[in-house]
Design a protein around this ligand. Structure first.
Ligand code: GCV
Length: 715
């Protein structure tokens, strides 16, 4: 009996060992079952020849050995001379004259972080070279090469040159020192502050590998609602330990600096940026940080925003505050990322206008090493927002894009939504600031106004859940953000395709339908939450679930009723000249397009217009009917996502299939909840019946209004 139990236990262990918990993300390196493909690959890579011995090149070797051995099931060894078919990787300075003379044009075309992958003939045989100007460029090339194999691309005649288009590509962790994560839905923070610096969790290395594989080159470790303690020696020692782990992978560490730190941890009476002692304090603090972390990236600052301290507490302005910190960082090459997420309860103008009004007059006044970090839209990471009017409006200031990867307003980690669709929509929006074609992407990559520094930030969706993001499908948003940070012109479709092939399976019968499911998933959530330009109608605080009825919060602009303005006449926020005139903050062509009801895109209709319930939509439906049918469409889309996922089962491992299936079922329930709660609420004003095709709610509005979630995560 005992023996049988032991056997069962061993079998269970074995089974769990093989279960795919998603920890490996898109770096699965699954065995390539197709014999001939494996053979072709192997015939082109027989030995590994690293050039130079830096930690980064060692990391590249490790990754190649891991990836190639798993995919091809053959051990790979290092060689120091070219033999048959060798994979040679290292920077330009190590290449022989023969090889570098064949790469002159390529080297002229790559930037410092870019890479070249080329098949060239040396010693009578074809060799593959992965090179660049820096070790980290080579590492990016190695990850790209592994991606080619993971996605079953030909490698016989390679000629690839690729460079990142944006310089600073960071994740923003809203992680607190107690390991809770603001707006985090994937467990606790991966930073184990208590056991750092001595205990280095293997996750830190895997986090760095994953980021390097998509070109992310920086991480802001702590929440923008910052605790000054992160700047004390006790914590800087821990930050230093993380920086040491990340360095070989080209990832710089940044910190959020609390503006009042000189008071809280420095013992000063003020944090006034004009005070000599304060200025000195920041200089000394920065010096202390660089003594530990010579490649420290700089500070991110949330100032005079949602109660955070800032220069305005001392009668100074954003320029004063940002430049004071920038002066301290400048000698070391550090930067300041100063957030433009400001709005005030004392300002009665439309919240959507406030950041622009406050910041645009400062254009050209910030120091060269200051970015102004702007959220993608003017309110706050809503399921859909028109692009922020600040993009293109500050030609003399580097603007950094801030996307939210974590799904604060998009169903949190239970809703499987592919966010690169949202990012793509924003990046390809035309600001018209320099005529047609002045895309947001061009503002961000600096090409519109030739910027020396360029940057992009994504608010991380990472936690200590086994699969990192709380839902295997949401790993695609981390991946997709990184890919777009590298190249903001990539299509969401390309990203979904390569992610699926690396993460799950390469079979077309799997990839095509699941890719379509991902590409449609963004529109689905907009439909069942905030169709036709509705926004900010989520429940209070945690933002989990619908709350269009909320009207009792102390600040007017925290209440959903402020945003939808539903009454018996109609619904929507008039931001045209007859209303708040927020459209005046856009270039005239864009303002005109939004102002005119005929040309305003229907997806943004209620963002810009207050319309009667009978207003005729493009398809001839009355607004009320169209709105209701959009809610229904969102629910139906989730239902069809479940079908697609079910059909994909044969290509999936059991664990991840089950996890996503359970999550999709939750999403389906919640999509219905959104539909029913919102339609019952708005119906009070429209006074109209639900049109045919919309399922009848099975619960009352009172029921939905009574729901409470005191312990919803991330709040
Ligand atoms: C970190 C929203 C979120 C806050 C967040 C803030 C910000 O208001 O609800 O949790 O704070 O944005 O971006 O600073």
């Amino acid at each position: 009996m005992k023996k049988k139990l032991l056997l069962l236990f061993l079998l269970l262990l074995l089974y769990n060992g093989f279960a795919n918990n998603g920890y490996k993300l898109w770096l699965q390196y699954s065995y390539i079952e197709n014999d001939s493909l494996r053979e072709v690959y192997h015939s082109h890579i027989q030995d590994l020849m690293p050039l130079g011995g830096s930690e980064t090149i060692k990391a590249a070797t490790k990754e190649l050995q891991l990836g190639l051995t798993n995919m091809l099931d053959i051990p790979f060894y290092e060689t120091d001379s070219i033999k048959g078919y060798t994979l040679i990787y290292g920077t330009k300075s190590y290449l022989s004259d023969n090889i570098s003379s064949q790469l002159i044009n390529e080297f002229n075309a790559v930037n410092d972080e870019g890479f070249i992958i080329k098949t060239i003939t040396v010693k009578g045989a074809k060799q593959t070279i992965i090179t660049g100007k820096t070790d980290v460029g080579v590492l990016y090339g190695v990850f790209h090469f592994l991606r080619l194999l993971q996605t079953y691309q030909p490698i016989e005649n390679l000629n690839i040159i690729d460079s990142p288009k944006i310089k600073v590509r960071v994740l923003n962790h809203w992680d607190n020192l107690d390991r809770t994560v603001e707006r985090g839905y994937a467990g606790f923070s991966i930073w184990d502050w208590h056991r750092l610096p001595d205990y280095l969790d293997i996750r830190y290395t895997d986090y760095a590998r994953a980021n390097a594989s998509i070109g992310i080159n920086g991480t802001v470790l702590n929440n923008v609602n910052a605790n000054a303690l992160i700047l004390t020696p006790q914590y800087l020692e821990k930050v230093e330990a993380l920086a040491n782990v990340f360095r070989p992978y080209g990832i710089k560490v940044y910190l959020t600096a609390r503006f009042s730190a000189p008071i809280e941890i420095g013992g000063l009476k003020t944090a006034d940026p004009y005070d000599a002692e304060v200025i000195e304090w920041w200089k000394e603090k920065v010096k202390e940080i660089y003594a530990r972390i010579p490649d420290f990236g700089g500070f991110l600052v949330k100032a005079n925003s949602e109660g955070q301290p800032g220069p305005q507490n001392y009668g100074r302005n954003h320029v004063d505050g940002a430049n004071m910190m920038a002066n301290a960082l400048d000698p070391f090459g550090g930067i300041v990322m100063w957030r433009a997420f400001v709005y005030s309860e004392h300002d009665t103008t439309d919240r959507a206008k406030q950041a622009y009004s406050e910041f645009v007059p400062y254009d050209g006044q910030f120091k060269d090493n200051v970015f102004v970090q702007v959220k993608n839209g003017a309110i706050d990471f809503q399921p859909r927002e028109p692009f922020h009017p600040m993009f293109g409006a500050m030609p003399n200031t580097p603007l950094m894009m801030e996307f939210q990867i974590t799904q604060e307003y998009l169903g949190q980690s239970t809703h499987s939504i592919f966010l690169p669709k949202l990012y793509e929509e924003v990046l390809e929006s035309d600001t018209y600031r320099k005529g047609k074609g002045s895309l947001v992407a061009k503002v961000i990559d600096g090409s519109l106004n030739s910027k020396r520094i360029t940057g992009i930030a994504g608010v991380s969706n990472i936690g200590n859940d086994l699969n990192w993001t709380g839902n295997p499908m949401l790993q695609a948003n981390w991946y997709g953000y990184g890919r777009l940070a590298w190249n903001p012109y990539l299509s969401a479709e390309t990203i979904a395709d390569e992610w699926l092939r690396q993460t799950f399976a390469n079979n077309e019968a799997f990839v095509e339908p699941v890719k379509q499911m991902m590409l449609n998933s963004y529109e689905a959530v907009v439909n069942y939450m905030t169709p036709l330009g509705l926004h900010h109608i989520m429940a209070t605080g945690h933002h989990y679930g619908p709350g269009p009825w909320v009207s009792n919060l102390s600040r007017p602009e925290w209440n959903p009723v402020y945003y939808h303005k539903a009454d018996t006449e109609g619904i929507g926020f008039d931001r045209t000249p007859t209303g708040s005139n927020a459209t005046e903050q856009y270039a005239p062509e864009v303002a005109k397009m939004f102002n005119n009801i005929e040309t305003c895109p229907e997806k943004d209709l209620l963002w810009f217009h207050h319309l009667s319930w009978n207003y005729k939509l493009q398809d001839g439906l009355a607004l009320w009917d169209g709105l209701a049918l959009k809610y229904q469409a969102g629910v139906d889309q989730v239902k069809s996502m479940i079908k697609t996922w079910d059909a994909a089962k044969p290509y999936l491992d059991e664990t991840r299939y089950d996890e996503v299936k359970m999550l999709l079922n939750i999403q389906y329930k919640e999509a219905q909840w959104w539909r029913d709660a919102c339609l019952l609420y708005f119906q009070q004003f429209s006074g109209k019946p639900l049109p045919d095709g919309v399922e009848k709610p099975t619960k009352t509005l009172e029921y939905f209004e009574s729901l409470k979630f005191p312990f919803a995560p991330g709040n």
